[in-house]
Write a protein that binds this ligand. Sequence first.
Ligand SMILES: [Zn+2]
Length: 377
Amino acid sequence: MFVEKLSCPVRHYAWGERATADRSPYISALLGAEAGDLPWAELWIGAHPSGSAVVKRTGEPLAKLIQEQPMWMLGLAPQENSPQPALPFLLKVLCCSEPLSIQSHPDKATAAKLHAILPKEFPDANHKPEVLLALSEFRMMAGFRPLKEIVTDLDDSPALRPWRKALSEEPTLEELTRFVLEADAPLLQNMANLYCQEEHTGIQAEQFHILQEKYPGDCGVFFALLLNVFILKPGEAVFVHANVPHAYLEGEGIECMANSDNVIRAGLTPKYINRKLLLSTLDFTPRPPSLLRVPASQGDFDFTCGDDFRLRLIQTTPYTRDKNVPAVFIVLEGRANVEADGKRFVAVKGTAWFATASIRKLRVTPSTNTKIAWAET
Ligand SMILES: [Zn+2]
């Protein structure tokens, strides 16, 4: 096998997009599938053990083929400390119409420790750096705001007085966060209710209201004041470093991440929450959105995340893969001519593909109005 068409699993999480009178969910429209009443949240293009794509031609899971022929598929001889050869990254189409949980992902050393102690909650020993590339306007919160701005917001709100009073004169970001994560539920509930009755302007206060409506009194609501809330324009991207708190709020995007499922959650979710662990691992360095944004590249979007993955958006310029590495791609708009070691075919909108590392020459030529999300190592 060289380049294989994939059938990719869809995740119908509750926060996904539902069909409205005038619009189908992005993912169902992309796949040409009937939307029904389901929420369409994520499309997984990869070989993750909890959701591997399947090779259409043979019906075999990609993860199984990779384990059987790691050299051919990944260009890797099996390593001693990783007995199960795996695709090092996962590409997703992610569409949310409601907020996802407040979370962070551990760095490599922490992930290894957590996996050893709590293998159920932390299913692998890997870190999970991730990049989100917006396809529509995409609202999110990530990284701590400057300390002064948060304290000013607290000082301006009688509702938040109990929070301010519990802190030292010059509190740290850790103190501010600790209060929210450790306070009693009725106190948080009361503060959130009162805050929403006060008059506050700006995107932070607006987000606070949105979260309070959906998760009244949840500690995650207060992260609307702790973290930067911002909106990416289509084509803009954000890189989420290890241990940086974040939540995707609304929009459509492409997400690429290291092959890991390690998530430490703080709130806004019925899933497993570990506030203590979050407090002990969070990176309390303030990072304005500009520092989280991926610098714009000349031409098509192109971002490399260490040894873990490289994410490209192929739109105008033909792309020739220049290393023997595995790649997956999905055609989001238009069509492309693909040439793999002399074999040619056309990849049309909605199709996803895996290209083995063993292909010597791989070239993708987009036609007009074409958009292809491409990930490789
Ligand atoms: Zn995340």
